[in-house]
Design a protein. Structure first.
Length: 151
């Protein structure tokens, strides 16, 4: 079974905005902003909606940057995540029930408190390189297989 999701990355020349996930899947990890695509919703509309819901930013311009597939040993579900770079937005980051946002300098990204796949995809995005990849995690969320190519 495949579930379609979004992930938005907000960054400037010297900083990246990440959110500490407060509850649910991925709680306790820093991540970009995104989530499920609802029935009848386009992927881009979902990315904009989720960014607003999670951090209070109105994403005015998105750049599709990649598609990543995630699978986990404990279930048969595949997550197809459409990754966007936010090129323009309105508003100021605000904490929500789900995420606590914080700006990080690009040389201080907390990779040790993020999903293991972020070591692979995030540097490509920050370098302006589009990508496609797949990652498989063990039952205890350890990365056991990876495939990532630049487009």
């Amino acid at each position: 079974m495949k579930k379609v999701l979004t992930l938005c990355v907000v960054h400037t020349a010297g900083q990246i905005l990440l959110g500490m996930k407060k509850k649910g899947f991925g709680a306790g990890r820093w991540n970009g902003f995104g989530g499920k695509v609802e029935a009848g919703e386009t992927i881009e509309a979902a990315a904009k909606r989720e960014t607003f819901e999670e951090v209070g930013l109105v994403a005015e311009q998105l750049d599709p940057f990649g598609v990543l597939e995630f699978s986990f040993q404990q279930n048969n579900e595949t997550l197809e995540v459409h990754v966007f770079r936010v090129l323009a937005y309105r508003g100021q980051p605000q904490e929500s029930d789900e995420m606590a946002p914080r700006w990080f300098a690009l040389n201080e990204i907390p990779f040790d408190k993020m999903w293991a796949d972020d070591w692979y995809g995030l540097p490509l995005l920050l370098a302006g390189k589009k990508f496609r990849g797949s990652f498989r995690f063990s039952s205890d969320d350890e990365l056991i297989e990876t495939s990532l190519i630049e487009n």
